[in-house]
Write a protein of this length. Structure first.
Length: 317
């Protein structure tokens, strides 16, 4: 083993599963379905963020959904971004690859001064090169990343980076940041599969805790997180990109599993993410909120305990 307990022969691994996706035949079927063209594009509700208020705000704790897994967290005077993605495609190519179905609710000009950024892993829909380079140039925030990504950031000329292993924490200003294990994988090319780590984050500030799940399948990791950090005051949990289950189950939760995470970590208030922005899998873009509502009802959890925000919506927390 190397410096991380989860790294073997230069590759990281999940704690509870060795499967990155389902059987290869399911991959073939999945690719065929994806190539059949764009499916129905629903008219998803949009909100217009109050850019002037967001730029001036340093006193109200507020959350704004930019899209996919990107949030602006305004908390005790700090402006924090999660997995920021503000460009047109989740791809290494400018004219091919998954295209945004909804524009980012905040563009670069609309952002307030950004103090910190958390990046969960290196997939193109979570780590966007042009976005982080622009943020580094215009805002010079502190970036928090999992093991192995500091070298990538350095190659892009970004040095203000703190790298963390699972369960490792660091104090930055008044903010405590802990990288926590989730079940996923990493890679940006055909040759670097699992060469860098993936993670979620627990952020602690002013006596409260925020959990950002990043990208994940369902696993016992969330019970472990709950044992260490429950209760969580605010949890950002993925609900989309889950079909077909036979192929996606190891790496992406569905809405029913998102509700399990909500319970496992002892979340007082959860927020849905990772849906409605990019067409990455086979379910309709507007299916995740419907299934989430049904799952909450089935489990006897009030709907307002798990928010589904409009793109661009701001809520105080």
């Amino acid at each position: 083993m190397d410096e991380s307990s989860q790294r073997v022969n230069g590759r990281y691994r999940n704690r509870y599963s060795s499967s990155a996706h389902g059987p290869s035949m399911d991959l073939l079927k999945f690719l065929i379905e994806m190539r059949r063209g764009a499916r129905h594009k629903p008219d998803l509700p949009q909100a217009s963020p109050d850019v002037d208020w967001l730029k001036a705000n340093r006193s109200v704790d507020a959350l704004t959904w930019i899209g996919h897994s990107s949030f602006l967290v305004q908390w005790q005077g700090l402006n924090i971004l999660t997995d920021p993605h503000l460009t047109a495609r989740a791809s290494p190519l400018r004219h091919a690859g998954p295209k945004r179905q909804q524009p980012p609710a905040l563009d670069f000009a609309g952002l307030p001064k950004i103090d910190a950024v958390v990046v969960s892993h290196n997939h193109y829909d979570h780590l966007d090169r042009d976005t982080v380079k622009r943020l580094a140039r215009d805002h010079a925030p502190r970036f928090f990343v999992p093991l192995g990504l500091k070298v990538w950031f350095g190659r892009e000329g970004i040095d203000n980076v703190t790298e963390l292993d699972w369960w490792q924490d660091t104090q930055w200003q008044a903010l405590r940041v802990t990288a926590v294990p989730v079940q996923h994988f990493s890679g940006r090319t055909a040759s670097d599969r699992n060469a860098t780590l993936w993670c979620g984050f627990v952020l602690e500030l002013a006596g409260r805790r925020l959990f950002f799940a990043g990208d994940t399948g369902y696993s016992r990791d969330f019970a472990d997180i709950g044992e260490r950090f429950a209760p969580i005051d605010l949890a950002l949990i993925p609900i989309g990109a889950y079909e077909p289950r036979s192929f996606m189950r190891p790496v992406h939760v569905d809405p029913e599993e998102a509700v399990k995470i909500h319970r496992d970590i002892g979340s007082r208030q959860s927020v849905a993410m990772h849906w409605g922005t990019f067409r990455l899998t086979l379910e309709p873009l507007d299916d995740p909120p419907r299934r989430l509502a049904a799952a909450l009802q089935h489990e006897g959890i009030a709907q307002d305990r798990f928010w589904v925000l409009k793109h661009g919506e701001t809520r105080r927390f």
